[in-house]
Design a protein around this ligand. Structure first.
Ligand SMILES: NC(=O)c1ccc[n+]([C@@H]2O[C@H](COP(=O)([O-])OP(=O)(O)OC[C@H]3O[C@@H](n4cnc5c(N)ncnc54)[C@H](O)[C@@H]3O)[C@@H](O)[C@H]2O)c1
Length: 269
């Protein structure tokens, strides 16, 4: 028996990094997982890893910055597995620039990717989560079980981070909107929480090579390690473990919170 047996989950950005680790963990806990990404090959790789481990998953390529694509994603989950219980809004990215050099294009791209994806995916999930819970309440007086939404903020939103005005605008909004949505959806038995990862080893935090889109300077990695009480950078699984808790019935009385998962990073606790 897994603690997510009979649950259906969507994880956005499930093709790499934290999203992939989350897909693997939810599948290992028994959920049927819809692996969403904008890139097909890594999403299919995640599905293959889940299948090889005996789990159940399908890949759905969609960019949920676009609401129609978000609707297609949630419809695909319901078509494939008959329902939708869990959405992990993990898709996100960085395009760092010091504030004085920022322009609308960089601001909008980062805010869309980190905030609008979660907005749209969650909106598109409402017919399968809120409406289904509402019908259960009408018929039985309560929802059959708690459904779960998890959003992804960042330690950068808790501390501020030079070069990340665009990113922290989105990740700070994730914390605030998580609280609002928890209040709106609590009466329908839907828990709404967020994780705020610290420095986690993915392509976003790899040592930046000249000309590459992703990554951070090596000095920042060294500085980060020095600020982390537990003395190491995080692994994607460190975040997946906490999300797996939040989407399980063990966290049925937890809602509206953002959990820093930072290894005790100074200023980010
Ligand atoms: N790595 C860290 O240290 C760290 C720290 C704090 C927060 N985060 C957050 O964790 C989440 C995952 O980050 P990661 O480090 O695993 O990054 P990653 O780049 O390794 O993986 C992100 C995945 O999201 C996908 N993606 C990007 N835009 C998308 C879109 N519009 N729709 C669907 N998929 C999309 C990418 O193709 C990629 O596969 C992000 O929200 C990120 O901001 C990461």
């Amino acid at each position: 028996m897994g603690r997510l047996d009979d649950r259906v989950a969507i994880v956005t950005g499930g093709g790499r990094g934290i999203g992939r680790a989350t897909c693997l963990r939810l599948a290992a806990d028994g959920a049927a997982v819809v692996v969403n990404d904008i890139d097909e090959a890594p999403a299919q790789e995640t599905v293959a890893l889940i299948s090889a481990a005996g789990g159940t998953a399908v890949a759905v390529v969609a960019n949920t910055v676009d609401l129609d694509q978000a609707r297609a994603l949630t419809a695909a989950a319901a078509d494939e597995f008959g329902k939708l219980d869990i959405v992990v809004n993990n898709a996100g990215t960085t395009r760092d620039k010091m504030f004085h050099g920022l322009d609308d294009e960089l601001f909008d791209f980062v805010v869309d990717t980190n905030l609008k994806t979660g907005f749209h995916t969650t909106l598109a999930a409402m017919p399968y989560m809120r409406e289904v819970a509402k019908a259960e309440i009408k018929e039985y007086g309560r929802p059959a079980y708690n459904r779960k939404l998890v959003f992804t903020s960042s330690v950068a939103a808790l501390m501020g981070n030079p070069g990340q005005f665009n990113y922290t605008a989105a990740k700070g909004a994730v914390i605030a909107t998580t609280k609002t949505l928890a209040r709106e959806l609590g009466p329908f038995g839907i828990n709404v929480n967020a994780v705020a990862p610290g420095f986690v080893e993915t392509r976003l935090t790899a040592a930046k090579q000249a000309g590459e889109t992703y990554g951070i300077p090596e000095e920042m990695r060294t500085m980060a390690r020095a600020m982390i009480s537990l003395g190491r950078l995080g692994e994607p699984e460190d975040i997946a473990n906490v999300t797996a808790f939040l989407v399980s019935s063990d966290a049925d009385f937890v809602s509206g919170v953002t959990i820093p998962v930072t290894g005790g990073q100074l200023g980010g606790m």
